[in-house]
Design a protein around this ligand. Structure first.
Ligand code: ATP
Ligand code: MG
Length: 366
């Protein structure tokens, strides 16, 4: 798929923006704080309904205004889709696809397939398990709508169960209602465990191959699912830990405690990886995502690269850009030097300055 055009009204530092994209490589360059990331963010919001930077929709609305619009035109297997998003200050956002309003925001998942890569993706590797679960969940949700429903339901069950664990200390008779939540926890939890397990099995061989390629065979990456509990044991473990949960007033068993193990040459890089190894592994995970989306739904996702190239040495830059055939990329950077130096073809170049965007007349084809 590719993005044809984007329109923004009162979105972050854009009062009004209309721009078109090329099917291949698009560059947004400009000084710091001019609005480059804001453009990528607005596209990502159309893909996942949420910003990568915040959970609060109202932060997306320009200061001193009350509502904001994003309009995105895409082409997916020669079918045109128009996504209209209306973000409001104190109300849920309204979304329409080809003029038809969606009942819930999560119905938008799967239409705009995009992959966002920013320097913060390093945190997938080096932060806690929550970041890794988020990485897994976002990808599976884009490929499988039912997964997202299960996840939303599961999280609701965990919230309710934790609240109940707190309430039971004041009213012991409430204890019986725990069974109801436990049954639902197991139902949704099992499906989540199963799909995460399948996902890791699928992405593992792809990631192993890509990582070996971009490190010239120097590093052997491996990925493993670390479920908090096996699917077949979830009922029993939940029951066995009930007393402990009542004491701690929190649910200790279930996929909300899952993790993903990443090793390079058998060393756990979550804890012991160098900065460069962690960065390269994050890149590997993102590139694997492209392959996986392509394999699963037969569509090339759009790659949004925010300020990433300058973080990589030229060997890894080249490996990244060479593996990107036939894919739309929207790349932000502060200057054009690195691209010219790497003899990389640019199809559309935009200069971003204080919330306005101008197309440079002659693309640099080297
Ligand atoms: P950098 O190179 O430093 O990453 P950038 O070009 O990617 O810069 P953006 O992150 O897109 O910059 O942000 C540009 C500007 O948007 C910032 O100056 C910020 O103050 C402004 N901004 C952020 N949110 C809002 C908002 N809700 N309303 C108005 N302006 C905003
Ligand atoms: Mg930025």
């Amino acid at each position: 798929m590719y993005i044809k055009s984007l329109e923004l009204d009162n979105y972050r530092n854009y009062k009004e923006l209309k721009m078109e994209f090329d099917k291949n490589t698009n560059i947004l360059y400009g000084d710091n704080a001019q609005g480059k990331t804001n453009i990528l963010e607005s596209i990502y919001v159309c893909g996942t309904t949420k910003s990568h930077r915040t959970n609060k929709d109202k932060e997306l609305i320009s200061f001193e205004t009350d509502e904001s619009h994003i309009r995105l035109n895409i082409d997916k297997d020669s079918v045109a889709y128009k996504i209209d998003m209306h973000i409001k200050k104190n109300k849920p956002k309204g979304i329409a696809v080809n003029g038809v309003p969606l009942k819930k925001a999560s119905d938008l998942y799967g239409i705009v397939n995009c992959i966002f890569f920013s320097p913060e993706d390093l945190y997938i590797i080096k932060s806690g398990p929550a970041e890794r679960r988020k990485y897994i969940d976002i990808i599976i949700s884009q490929l499988d709508k039912l997964y997202l429903d299960d996840l939303i339901n599961y999280n609701r069950v965990i919230d309710n169960r934790n609240k109940l664990l707190k309430d039971i200390q004041f009213d012991y008779s409430l204890r019986e209602t725990l069974d109801v939540w436990d049954m639902q926890l197991c139902e949704y939890g099992k499906r989540i465990i199963e799909k995460r397990d399948e996902f890791i099995k699928k992405i593992r061989p792809i990631a192993v191959e890509i990582h070996s390629r971009i490190t010239g065979g120097d590093e052997k990456l491996d990925i493993e699912y670390e479920p908090n509990v096996e699917k077949i044991n979830i009922e029993e473990d939940l029951f066995l830990n009930r007393e402990r949960d009542l004491v701690n007033k929190t649910t200790s068993v279930g996929p909300h405690r899952d993790d993903m193990l990443l090793t390079i040459n058998d060393v756990d890089i979550r804890k012991f990886g160098s900065q460069g190894q962690q960065r390269t592994s994050a890149l590997t995970l993102k590139l694997s995502e492209i392959e996986l989306v392509k394999k699963s739904i037969n569509t090339m996702p759009v790659l949004l690269l925010d300020d990433v190239l300058s973080e990589l040495d030229s060997k890894r830059q080249t490996a990244l850009l060479e593996s990107m055939d036939n894919i739309q990329m929207i790349i932000t950077c502060t200057g054009l030097d690195e691209f010219v130096k790497n003899r990389f073809n640019l199809d559309k170049i935009y200069k971003v300055e204080a919330g306005s965007v101008t197309e440079e007349s002659s693309p640099v084809h080297v």
